[in-house]
Design a protein around this ligand. Structure first.
Ligand SMILES: C[S@@+](CC[C@H](N)C(=O)[O-])C[C@H]1O[C@@H](n2cnc3c(N)ncnc32)[C@H](O)[C@@H]1O
Length: 220
């Protein structure tokens, strides 16, 4: 048998998270961790690599909870549409889009755990989400997408700049672009139409706050 890092990612996710409802979308169930440090440390130990990014897939970020809430309450945004959820993490937004009536949803993320995390979370909600680990930013936005969703993607400057340019290209090609963001440092301050604002419950462990005021925006 070949030795390798975390041979069974699905088992790792099941062993280190629990099925729970994100507080702002109680109708969904996701396999989520309760604290960042233990699962981050375990991932690094098991993979034998240090300096890995946090296990984003194990949390429902404020931007994702807000955008998911917005879609569940405004299904007309996605009903019958072909949707891409860029940087899906746990898949919360992709699953909400399907629940709201999207015809099909492609979720993308470059984190090696996301394929299994999204599959497990989709299963838990009886949803069927397509997934790609390709870096969609390396090509023009998929022309077949009617709606592109992106939640909590402005936490690092180079990523935020690249994603926003890619999302503007998608908008120029005719897609509706919806973004959930809790005021991250690199979220642009112009060119956006506000659609909703929520007070999203989060944890001090994750955000150093119990509530994050979080907006949902359309690229104008
Ligand atoms: C803060 S998390 C947000 C996850 C989810 N959208 C939510 O709101 O819960 C950011 C996510 O962006 C992903 N990411 C970073 N660069 C990416 C890229 N080029 N393509 C796809 N996903 C990317 C990370 O792996 C991570 O899962």
């Amino acid at each position: 048998m070949t030795a390798g890092p975390i041979l069974d990612r699905r088992a790792f996710i099941l062993a280190n998270t629990r099925l729970q409802a994100p507080p702002h979308t109680p109708e969904l169930r996701l396999w989520l961790a309760d604290e960042v440090t233990p699962i981050w440390r375990l991932t690094e130990e098991e993979l034998g690599e240090m300096g890995l990014p946090p296990p984003f897939w194990a949390f429902a970020w404020a931007g994702g909870q807000a955008l998911a809430r917005y879609l569940l309450d405004h299904p007309h945004e996605v009903v019958g549409k072909r949707v891409v959820d860029f940087a899906t993490g746990s898949g919360i937004v992709a699953i909400a889009a399907l629940r709201a009536g999207a015809a099909e949803v492609l979720a993308s993320d470059i984190d090696a755990f996301c394929a299994d995390a999204v599959a497990l979370n989709a299963e838990a909600n009886a949803a069927s989400v397509d997934f790609t680990d390709a870096n969609l930013l390396e090509a023009p936005p998929p022309p077949a997408a009617d709606v592109i969703l992106a939640a909590d993607i402005c936490y690092e400057k180079p990523l935020a700049e690249q994603v926003m340019a890619w999302l503007r290209a998608a908008r120029d090609a005719g897609a509706r672009v919806l973004i959930g963001d809790p005021g991250r440092s690199y979220f642009p301050k112009s060119g956006l139409t506000p659609l909703a604002e929520y007070r999203v419950p989060t944890t001090r462990d994750l955000e150093d706050a119990e509530i994050k005021r979080t907006g949902v925006w359309a690229l104008a």
